[in-house]
Design a protein around this ligand. Structure first.
Ligand SMILES: [Zn+2]
Length: 135
């Protein structure tokens, strides 16, 4: 296998293409727009509808458990007063998902190819005469 699962994780955590490692997931002029395919290696990045629901779930989970839950605990233990907690929750509920948007899409690709590394073009081997792609 040319691209290992460790490389896939490293590339996913740094918003790089899982196939070639290029910083090519997002368009340069539109930082929140995913490229349809990697301009360096041609890996198809735009997937069928619903593929990136996992990215939304990751983003939501990290926002809830990584930001809002600690904020609620700080409020509960009177580290933050009511106003600070409400403002922090309102601002964080908008800002944190925006900050995580690019990473969550990259994490989704990373998770997909972590479990199916053979589907990366760099890891595909030639098929013998009796095999098809479903084998
Ligand atoms: Zn690539």
């Amino acid at each position: 296998m040319n691209v290992t699962q460790q490389q896939i994780i490293r590339r996913g955590l740094t918003n790089c293409c899982p196939n070639c490692g290029g910083r090519t997931l997002f368009q340069r002029k539109k930082p929140l727009a995913l490229n349809r395919e990697c301009p360096r290696c041609g890996l198809k990045l735009e997937r069928e509808e619903g593929f990136f629901l996992g990215a939304m779930a990751l983003n939501y989970g990290v926002t809830c458990f990584g930001y809002l839950l600690p904020l609620v605990l700080l409020w509960y233990y009177h580290v933050l007063d009511d106003r600070m907690a409400i403002v922090g929750a309102l601002v964080g509920a908008v800002v944190v998902p925006l900050l995580l948007y690019r990473s969550s899409r990259s994490w989704q690709l990373m998770l997909y190819y972590f479990f199916f590394p053979q589907q990366l073009p760099a890891n595909r081997r030639g098929l013998s005469g009796t095999e098809d792609e479903n084998v």
